[in-house]
Design a protein around this ligand. Sequence first.
Ligand code: UTP
Length: 303
Amino acid sequence: MRRPPRTAIFPVGGLGTRFLPATKAMPKEMLPIVDKPLIQYAVEEARESGIEEFIFVTGRGKTAIEDHFDHGAELNEVLSARGKDKELRAVEDMLLDPGQVAYIRQQEPLGLGHAVWCARRMIRDEPVAVLLADDLIMAKTPCLKQMIEAYMTTGGNIAAVMDVAPEETERYGILDVSSDDGKLASAKGLVEKPAPADAPSTLSIIGRYILDPAVMVELNRQEAGSGGEIELTDAMARTIGRVPFHGLRFAGRRFDCGSKAGFLEANIAFALERSDLHQDMTRILRRYAQTGKAGPDTGATVA
Ligand code: UTP
């Protein structure tokens, strides 16, 4: 019988150059959406999807992620002494059990495929999930859970996909579709970041994958793609023919938090979902929509 993936890899070794200077000393994945870092959303999604082992592929300057998922004895004592029970629960509930989490260093950011390959010795001959924290997904059923449900039928490789505007294909891995039932598309090829004229479709891969063990074997070749990076898409593409490849149009909304506009939109969208913030956010957004600005400055005006 087919078994669902039990292990998830979180590649967090990128440089996050689009968010400099914020990411000079802080990992991009620690940027908060409202009051929770991006990486925590990804870990919670994996947990709710049945993942039991969590592997972070980190890089230079990423120790904040390890600290975030560690027990903070001093902080807990202070919260407890001050009767801040809700806050104490918030920092305790998110912790993973001892031994459930491992950190591996990607010594150089040579690409997403390379980051995944760095975890090869920690996974057995079994499927593995990969989640990119900067793709944040708001969904009733966690996106990875939807993918695992599909995987139990299809096996092979699965990526979360969405239709993008034709001029955006250059930013994504694109499916060369062989069949498509509107939800699940089967691919006969993948093209990494094609120009619109060369794109075989507009069905784009976003940062959620279930990988067949054959992908790791392909990654062993350490071949860089046309952009100079070792791409995960290229390794998956090379298994097509031997291993089925499906793209799942997941139910939910994806925010590209690797871009500034996507990150800001995610903050608004997640704040609007919160009962403690909904009213304030609505009022603020209305004011901006009506006037296009924050309102009059406070304090003295300079002559
Ligand atoms: P991005 O392409 O967004 O790159 O990586 P980046 O370095 O994080 O950000 P920018 O473009 O410079 O602003 C997508 C995901 O893959 C991981 C990143 O951490 C991010 O989660 N990644 C990328 C690695 O782990 N290692 C790499 O070598 C490259």
